[in-house]
Design a binder for this molecule. Structure first.
Ligand code: SAM
Length: 378
């Protein structure tokens, strides 16, 4: 571990950089054949895998990659430290034998990873333990979606989530700290629709006092479009975004504001463990979702593991340590050995960070540093 001095602003602490040296996953003495159901100490089943394909992004959202920290001196991972497409595909196949059904590619900005569609094509060939295709999805800021949509669709990507934090250019800039026109993100979404993507979702992170007055206009904009808009509570991920509870607008307030102008009613979850609570417009013109990771936690149902850009497995978005699978992948271990290491890692999982989050969470100088979302994958 190296403590790297990075120019800081008052609320931002330096980021400690892991040099690919996470915890060593245990393969165990006796190898077990994967049976498609992998449970942790709290009875949670491993079903979803989020893979960060790059730690770089062309936006500087202040809640995720603030400019003061992620500047031109920031030590991004070198290409050789990234998992290759072959390594990602191999690891994904192994996770599929263990019960993973859904893969989300993320980052950083995943569309910045060169030839991402080649990786998608490779992943699209993998089958779940039940012999079905994986549910392949991607989260993007939409900035180069117009250019990429057709290749992504042709490669076999099933679904897309686009992040958009407001319709007003000035507000959008306040959130992402770059000059990027909202209209170009909307055009990227349109391009995705044109090439046949269905079930497109739009994620809006709500920061009280910054973009919360955009909630109703966003809702009105996407109402009736077939696109599901989801409002995410501003979270204390990472250690650099200066989070505090005062900037969190509880989801119930989001629902109340929209309900006042466009009446809503709750809808049943699509499946157990769905992160968003669903609401639909009473007039039948579609649905929205709220992700209340701060005010109504869902750790008890969490089925997600994460692979960082450099191949560390993280068991929680708020973790401060990962398990080094890149070294295992590069050290000649068999698929069965790696599968056992994943099973053993998941089986000791006990975290439930959001459920025990307290005022100490905001105390970033406590030394309890959490990994950055851009590295671990949002
Ligand atoms: N670059 C891509 C994007 O913009 O969607 C993918 C990576 S981004 C880390 C994934 C998602 O995490 C985005 O929807 C982003 O808004 C969300 N996110 C990042 N930091 C967050 C925070 N502190 N609280 C809530 N959501 C956050």
């Amino acid at each position: 571990m190296v403590e790297k001095a990075i120019p800081i602003v008052s609320k931002v602490i330096p980021i400690r950089i892991d040099e690919g040296k996470g915890l060593s996953p245990s393969i165990g003495a006796q190898l077990t054949t994967p049976h498609g159901h992998t449970k942790d100490t709290r009875g949670r089943t491993l079903r979803d895998l989020r893979i960060s394909v790059t730690d770089r992004c062309n936006f500087r959202c202040n809640y995720c990659m603030p400019k003061e920290v992620f500047d031109q001196n920031y030590p991004y991972l070198a290409h050789k430290e990234l998992l290759s497409f072959e390594e990602i595909t191999r690891l994904t196949s192994i996770f599929a034998t263990l019960g993973v059904e859904k893969i989300r590619l993320t980052g950083g900005e995943p569309l910045l990873r060169k030839n991402l569609e080649v990786l998608i094509e490779m992943l699209a060939k993998i089958k779940t333990a039940a012999g079905k295709p994986l549910d392949l999805t991607l989260t993007t800021n939409g900035s180069i979606l117009r250019k990429k949509a057709s290749a992504l669709k042709a490669a076999g990507l099933n679904r897309l989530t686009v992040s958009l934090d407001g319709l007003d250019d000035a507000i959008f800039k306040k959130m992402n700290d770059v000059d990027f026109p909202v209209v170009d993100v909307l055009d990227g979404i349109k391009a995705a629709q044109e090439v046949g993507f269905e079930n497109i979702k739009v994620n809006m992170v709500v920061k009280k006092g910054t973009n919360d007055h955009e909630i109703v206009s966003m809702a009105k904009h996407f109402k009736g479009s077939g696109i599901i808009l989801r409002f995410i509570e501003f979270m204390d991920v990472g250690s650099s975004n200066g989070w505090n509870m005062e900037q969190v607008l509880p989801s119930k307030e989001v629902i109340a504001r929209i309900n006042e102008v466009c009446p809503l009613e709750p809808v049943e979850a699509n499946y157990a463990g769905e992160v968003a609570q669903r609401w639909r417009y009473v007039d039948g013109s579609g649905e929205i979702g709220v992700i209340s990771s701060v005010t109504q936690t869902f750790c008890h149902e969490c089925s997600r593991a994460r692979i960082s850009t450099d191949g560390q497995m993280y068991l929680c978005l708020f973790a401060n340590e990962g398990f080094d699978f890149k070294t295992l992948l590069r050290s000649g271990k068999s698929d069965l050995e790696i599968a056992n290491a994943v099973m053993n890692t998941w089986s000791i999982r006990d975290d439930h960070y959001s459920e025990i989050r307290g005022s100490h969470t905001a105390n970033l100088s406590s030394g309890n540093r959490k990994v950055e979302m851009s590295y671990i994958g949002g």
